[in-house]
Design a binder for this molecule. Structure first.
Ligand code: PHE
Length: 355
């Protein structure tokens, strides 16, 4: 058998096997590669006797085309088979049920902060924030509460170092100091945020929330304070007839000072606001002490005003009928599903604390 015939026979034999793409590529390069069987035959043409050369060359070309053609067809076949197999495997099953997705709920405290901020922003208050880790000066001294002042004992403070210079802020009042130090009067701000005291029972948690209010301008008096808080309470509880009382009190940073209670009753285990003869303290307030203004380089002869600090968690408990403050921070998913809010219902003009 001539060389050419042998090459062709062998090739046809190999082609019968179930080949994959890399095997067929190998066969291709064995034939047509630089030193492949067919390529070597071409190199031989010059050394063949003239009488046979023409026929040899023509036979060689025919075989070359034939083999080339068979290889191309085989490659197409393999590629098509691979694509079909892929299509078969990756078929989308449209009968599968869709994936469920769960929309989160807004925590009642976050919702309440958004509501409070929204109400105050409508009467011209802007929102300030301060850090949870405060220094002793901003939390106490600048607020007219020097070392050894008895009021310091009333705040069961978490100190962070032995020298008692760093602490977890016990109230949001240090944001008053920060705000007045960085700007010039007038000031009209609220500052919602987390606060900390070593305390835990049904109405106290070691971490809780307050919103501070501060309004300093020329000729601000206690009437403005009362009007502002009255407006806020009515808006917040969405009740016109609200029972509210100012009780004389003492804070080192305000003079005179008051605490504000709102009236409620419990009927069939539910809290009803604005009726009954039970009182719940919800905030402390007063006219900013001249010493505080002096500490932040504001002239108390020219400027004065009021401040207040509202317990946010207490307001949320009252408004949404939640009896135990500690449940707020238990992270019980079932509780959150029940008391939480739809994210699409949150007031849109203010988007809450950075959280
Ligand atoms: N910071 C006070 C507290 O936490 C509340 C308060 C704020 C009172 C502002 C007066 C003025 O008890």
């Amino acid at each position: 058998m001539s060389d050419l015939k042998k090459i062709k026979e062998e090739f046809l034999e190999k082609l019968k096997g179930g080949l994959n793409l890399s095997e067929i590529n190998e066969i291709k390069s064995n034939l047509f590669g630089k030193n492949g069987l067919i390529s070597s035959q071409f190199k031989k043409i010059g050394s063949i006797a003239e009488s046979e050369r023409k026929k040899f060359a023509s036979d060689l070309n025919i075989i070359k085309d034939e083999l080339q053609d068979l290889i191309d067809r085989k490659m197409d076949e393999i590629q098509n088979a691979e694509i079909n197999e892929k299509l078969e495997k990756e078929k989308i099953d449209i009968t599968l049920p869709e994936r469920t997705f769960v929309r989160g709920r807004i925590h009642p405290v976050s919702q309440t902060i958004d509501e409070i901020s929204s109400i105050f922003s409508e009467i011209g208050f802007s929102v300030e924030e301060g850090p949870d880790v405060e220094n002793e000066y901003n939390n106490f001294t600048a607020l007219n509460t020097p070392d050894n002042h008895p009021a310091r004992d009333m705040h069961d403070t978490f100190y962070l170092d032995e020298k008692k210079e760093k602490l977890l802020r016990t109230h949001t009042s240090p944001v008053q100091i920060r705000t007045m130090l960085k700007d010039n009067p007038p000031f009209k701000i609220i500052a919602p945020g987390r606060t900390y005291r070593s305390d835990s029972d049904q109405t106290h948690a070691p971490m809780f929330h307050q919103v501070e209010g501060l309004h300093i301008d020329k000729d601000i008096n206690m009437g403005h304070l009362k009007g502002c808080l009255n407006y806020f309470i009515k808006e917040f509880f969405e009740i016109d007839k609200i029972k509210m009382r100012f009780r004389p009190s003492h804070f080192p940073f305000t003079e005179p000072s008051a605490e504000v209670d709102i009236g409620y009753k419990i009927k069939d285990g539910k809290i009803i606001i604005g009726e009954g003869d039970q009182w719940l303290e919800i905030l402390g307030c007063g006219m900013v002490h001249p010493n505080v203004l002096k500490n932040v380089k504001v002239d108390p002869k020219k400027f004065q005003g009021y401040a207040f600090g509202i317990g946010i968690d207490r307001l949320a408990m009252l408004k949404y009928g939640i009896n135990d403050l500690r449940a707020f921070f238990d992270c019980d998913y079932r509780w959150l599903n029940h008391f939480g809010f739809d994210p699409l219902d949150v007031p849109t003009n203010y988007r809450g604390l950075s959280r």
